[in-house]
Write a protein that binds this ligand. Structure first.
Ligand code: FES
Length: 156
């Protein structure tokens, strides 16, 4: 199910920590990148490798909003609507993304390319309003900037 290179990375990550369970979140993130979500199989494999019960992995997944049980779009738009961004137009940013992508909160486009969600602070308050697309940050957003990001991703 998981690639040999990912399993090798698991071994390397686990070896970095005095407690195996400390590697749980990095393992889940790398597995999510490969599989597209944190599937039941991923949970079972990670639990086995860090010596915890699967329910303990599920509890951790419930805490971290960047871990997803269902597949997301290839490009996941996370628009911050927390206080700094809200004061600088985050609601309009989210609405613009929603209209441009044709999807609402926690939805994915029919072609599986884009998903959208409203999230809490991304730690980019100085550049509010901000969003994150996969691992890339975009700050001081305007409608024109959002259009440029989406158009660029559509060309890929
Ligand atoms: S409030 Fe939006 S990045 Fe912090």
């Amino acid at each position: 199910m998981l690639s040999d290179s990912l399993l090798k990375k698991f071994d390397q990550l686990i070896a970095r920590y005095p407690l195996k369970r400390s590697a749980m979140v990095p393992l889940l993130l790398y597995a999510q990148d490969e599989v597209g979500c944190v599937s039941d199989e991923v949970i079972a494999e990670v639990a086995r490798r860090v010596d915890v019960r699967p329910i303990e992995v599920i509890e951790v997944i419930g805490y971290y909003s960047m871990l997803h049980r269902k597949p997301l779009g290839k490009y996941n738009f996370q628009v911050c609507t927390n206080i700094s961004c809200m004061l600088r137009g985050a609601d309009e940013v989210f609405e613009h993304c929603s209209n441009k992508l044709g999807i609402k909160h926690k939805q994915t486009t029919a072609d599986g390319r884009f998903s959208l969600e409203e999230v809490e602070c991304l730690g980019a308050c100085c550049g509010a309003p901000a969003m994150q697309v996969n691992y890339d940050f975009y700050e001081n957003l305007t409608s024109a900037k959002i259009d440029a990001v989406i158009d660029e991703l559509k060309r890929k």
